[in-house]
Design a protein around this ligand. Structure first.
Ligand code: C5P
Length: 220
């Protein structure tokens, strides 16, 4: 572990997509690469934090020097986060599937010519909101992400209030920005007081700056 402004602080980071099974061989997921969450976990560890890295099946390997908890579904991720509490701060960078298949088939669904299956969905738990609103034992600093394509800042402000977190890192994931799976990110940091527009920079640079800002907030 590096020594730094977060030495002695415990931070939970969620990252990557979740995978929601349909049957034993099929699932529903999304394009999250896990790159930004991984960079954040690395930067927090480099600043001295003890990091619990709760990750869905990502495209990039987890960083060194963190405790890795691998999960598949949103429900697994919620349990892993609850099991990792208490913490001084939590960063929710995972792209959690909003829905899971209500009834997962126990055997592979068979294809029947001309007959299409219909999937019924159930709502997944909102991990960020549940931690942000937990009351006693809540981490002092709860940071969420918002991937938006339109009205990025306004949507992020509304999301911050709705979820009850301290900060939202809003990123523009419009087609053409290359944010999904790319090396760079353009983010806006939305707090209850301010909106900071950060210039487009590498995901590592976003992570380093976020770790610095988190340390400043936690250390008062
Ligand atoms: O509502 P939306 O999915 O846009 O919110 C994004 C933020 O909420 C991210 O920080 C994401 O990690 C978190 N989230 C979560 N659990 C969910 C859905 C989103 O923790 N089920």
């Amino acid at each position: 572990l590096g020594q730094g402004p977060l030495t002695g602080r415990r931070v939970i980071v969620t990252s990557g997509p979740t995978q929601e099974p349909i049957d034993p061989v099929r699932y529903i997921s999304n394009h999250s690469s896990g790159a930004q969450g991984t960079a954040i976990a690395r930067a927090l560890a480099a600043s001295g934090a003890e990091v619990v890295f709760v990750t869905g099946p990502a495209n990039v390997p987890p960083p060194e020097g963190v405790q890795v908890v691998r999960v598949t579904t949103a429900q697994d991720m919620l349990e892993a986060v609850q099991g990792a509490l208490p913490a001084d701060a939590a960063v929710f960078a995972a792209a959690v599937a909003d829905w899971r298949v209500a009834q997962v088939a126990g055997s592979k669904m068979k294809k029947t010519a001309g007959e299409m299956p219909t999937l019924r969905f159930a709502e997944n738990p909102d991990i960020l909101a549940s931690v942000a609103q937990m009351g006693a034992g809540r981490p002092a600093l709860v940071v969420g992400f918002a991937a938006e394509t339109d009205d990025v800042v306004a949507n992020a402000q509304a999301k911050r209030a709705r979820k009850g977190c301290d900060w939202i890192i809003a990123n523009d994931v419009s087609v053409g920005t290359g944010t999904f799976g790319g090396a760079d990110n353009t983010v806006h940091v939305v707090t209850d007081q301010v909106v900071e527009d950060w210039p487009r920079m590498g995901k590592d640079a976003v992570a380093a700056r976020l770790a610095q800002r988190m340390a400043a907030a936690l250390n008062g």
